[in-house]
Design a protein around this ligand. Sequence first.
Ligand SMILES: Cc1cc2nc3c(=O)[nH]c(=O)nc-3n(C[C@H](O)[C@H](O)[C@H](O)COP(=O)(O)OP(=O)(O)OC[C@H]3O[C@@H](n4cnc5c(N)ncnc54)[C@H](O)[C@@H]3O)c2cc1C
Length: 229
Amino acid sequence: MQGGFNRSTRTGELRLLGTKRSLALAVADPAKVTGRVPHTKGLGLDAAGVALGKDGAVVVDERYQTSVPSIFAVGDVTNREQLTPVALGEAMVVVDQLFGPAAGKAPRSMAYEFIPTAVFTHPNIGTVGLREGDARKKYGEVTIFRSEFKSLKHTLSGSTERTLMKLVVDTKSDRVVGLHMVGAEAGEIVQGFAVAMKAGATKAVFDGTIGIHPTAAEEFVTMREPARS
Ligand SMILES: Cc1cc2nc3c(=O)[nH]c(=O)nc-3n(C[C@H](O)[C@H](O)[C@H](O)COP(=O)(O)OP(=O)(O)OC[C@H]3O[C@@H](n4cnc5c(N)ncnc54)[C@H](O)[C@@H]3O)c2cc1C
């Protein structure tokens, strides 16, 4: 998904960019797709001396400490990645800092690379890592693998639904740095691959992984020919 989404603020329609077939999603409530900003007005944070960013987000350092050392902030109010597991992960980092880690465990830390996300449309959109454009900016040379197909099960169902999968590979290191999918259960599938990506899996590791047949997910480990580089 090279160009991400284009959103109409009037209708809330999302259009998937970077593919010849744009995906138009009719959205009932545009407010739900236009993003959210921290609602910090009226909390008295200015009186407490807690610094806020331009967007009203509470400014924190890498330990989630605000400009007032005794006040910490995590989650949506800091406007980083607005996701439940991220808020939970950040909270665990603060807990370990304040009360110490569990016996025998290292203090937990948060990394913002390779956070998988999904949009629970029908079909799902699942993504982890960098989009093609961002990967090109970061790594310079990338190799793109792409596959679009009708899922085998739809041979029987008669559905015209198609699946799109894409891998973005840093050409120099061979590391898979982006994995994207539009298709049934994309959220479930991408969650599994996110572990491999976090562990630094290369395209060679993907190629050496045996697929489960017949699944859609096996396509991610059988993409042999680059679409472009
Ligand atoms: C429609 C929608 C769908 C979403 N779907 C997903 C999803 O599928 N997956 C996902 O990972 N994330 C999803 N999110 C995002 C997710 O809900 C948030 O990222 C997550 O809840 C952030 O947790 P938080 O603790 O930072 O904030 P919140 O969960 O918003 O918790 C903040 C709490 O503070 C309370 N509060 C606010 N002001 C005050 C006050 N003045 N005094 C006392 N209490 C106050 C609120 O009532 C609330 O309970 C979705 C969000 C929305 C809006």
